[in-house]
Design a protein around this ligand. Structure first.
Ligand code: LLP
Length: 421
């Protein structure tokens, strides 16, 4: 459920007409709903009710500080994967003890930054990384809390580019080697083992892979405890999928996911962390774009938009489907017609949808890409020297620009020309 609904024939974000935002900020832009963000956060919070838990929002999904602050004020922690994300979370007011640091390639500088600024734990992905964390912590005279990310070798049954839990993926240490790696962790100075971490992939639409992974984590917890490790925290990663279309079968709900966590791991008495990103932000955001031209091609009509693959890369990168809706609600009985919906970038890959049925549209009409809140703005680029598009946050009948569109001068002046030219 989200808060982007038609009212009086026009699409709204909560109580604000999308067309009003478009008139104020220009197109294209991203718009997020505070109510949807909070609703999704609370669904997880309620799903883990009765269990000691922290929901560490995977801020890679949508990392604007206004979004982070909205969630942090509701009680969320953050899952960060770079020094930049760490600083951004801190700038948004998230305390260090609510930040978990994930990622396969943390550098010594990033580790130092987090140890000095405060961190809940590092999710360690390899033995070489563990040694660097130990060395940096020792040098600073502090103790680094760690979990080790185990790779449980389960098939997440999702898009290959976002599956992470198979043994051939670069993530984590093989679960079969966990005893050795934990023994090594216990022997290194400056480290305190607090738990286990697992994350098997993103956009999972069934619970079975989670169940397989979490059962393995339960077994491992008992084994590691019997080997003398104080396993008291389990970070279970993110990955619960969202409905990208209204027609297909809906993925499991956070409540069912929470129940699965309780069923598979509840008996261990561990503190539970989860790292959802997409489910919190995905359906809390739209990308709004304007039709520049309607072009008749060979046997097909193209809607050429002012938004492009650089603004929303998911269709080009993962063949992802996004529902696309007109901002003016079609009158009942309007006959739909197929369009190829494309951006102005000079590549055929700059195609959002082929033969998508839409009401008849004309130049200047506004359309909205649904489910664009996660992995939308954060994956945008300035390809073709197209400015990163603004982000807007709505709350009730208010809206605010939370990242302005840069000027062309700002973009162009970032280049520096060597003196020999
Ligand atoms: N934790 C870790 C360690 C992760 O690697 C990820 C996502 C998450 C949590 C959050 O997963 P989520 O709850 O959002 O599924 N750009 C791709 C998705 C990449 C996901 C990367 N890792 C897309 O647009 O589909």
């Amino acid at each position: 459920m989200d808060h982007f609904l038609y009212r009086d024939g026009a699409l709204y974000a909560e109580d604000v007409p999308i067309a009003e935002i478009a008139a104020a900020v220009g197109t294209p832009f991203y718009v997020y709903s505070t109510a949807t963000l909070l609703r999704h956060y609370r669904l997880f919070d309620e799903a883990l009710d009765g269990t000691d838990h922290l929901i560490c929002y995977a801020m890679k999904a949508a990392s604007n500080q206004a979004i982070l602050k909205t969630l942090a004020q509701a009680g969320a922690g953050m899952d960060v994967v770079s020094g930049g994300e760490y600083l951004r979370a801190r700038a948004a007011g998230v305390p260090g003890d609510r930040i978990v640091f994930s990622g396969v390639g943390k550098t010594a500088d990033e580790i130092r930054m987090a140890l000095m600024g405060g961190v809940r734990q590092f999710n360690v992905e390899s033995e070489p990384e563990m040694e660097v964390i130990s060395a940096v912590a020792t040098e600073l005279g502090v103790t680094a809390p760690i979990t080790v990310r185990v790779n449980p070798d389960v098939d997440a049954r999702t898009h290959a580019k976002i599956a992470t839990g198979k043994s051939e993926n670069k993530f984590g240490i093989p679960i079969a080697r966990a005893s050795q790696v934990y023994a090594r962790a216990a022997s290194l100075p400056g480290l305190e083992v607090v738990g286990i971490d697992v994350h098997i992939g993103s956009q999972l639409t069934v619970l079975e892979p989670f169940e397989q992974a979490y059962r393995k984590v339960a077994e491992l917890t008992e084994r590691l405890r019997s080997e003398g490790h104080d396993i008291r925290r389990l970070d279970l990663g993110g990955g619960l999928g969202i409905p990208y279309t209204r027609s297909n079968e809906a993925p499991p709900l956070p409540l069912e996911y929470g129940q699965l966590i309780k069923d598979t791991l509840g008996h261990l008495g561990c503190e539970i962390e989860i790292e959802p990103g997409r489910l919190i932000a995905g359906n809390a955001g739209l990308m709004v774009s304007r039709v520049i031209y309607v072009k008749s091609g060979e046997g097909r009509d193209f809607l050429i938009l002012d938004g492009a693959m650089n603004d929303l890369i998911r269709p080009a990168m993962y063949e992802a489907h996004h529902d696309i809706v007109p901002v003016l609600e079609p009158a009942p009985g309007t006959e739909m017609q197929p369009y190829d919906i494309v951006g102005p970038v000079c590549e055929t890959g700059d195609t959002f949808a082929k033969q998508r049925h839409m009401p008849p549209l004309a130049a200047d009409d506004l359309i909205a890409f649904r489910s664009a809140g996660a992995y939308g703005a954060v994956m945008a680029s300035e390809y073709n020297t197209r400015p990163l598009i603004p982000e807007v946050l709505v709350r009730g009948d208010q809206f605010a620009v939370i990242r302005a569109r840069p000027t062309f001068d700002e973009i162009i002046n970032r280049d520096t020309i060597p003196e020999w030219l």
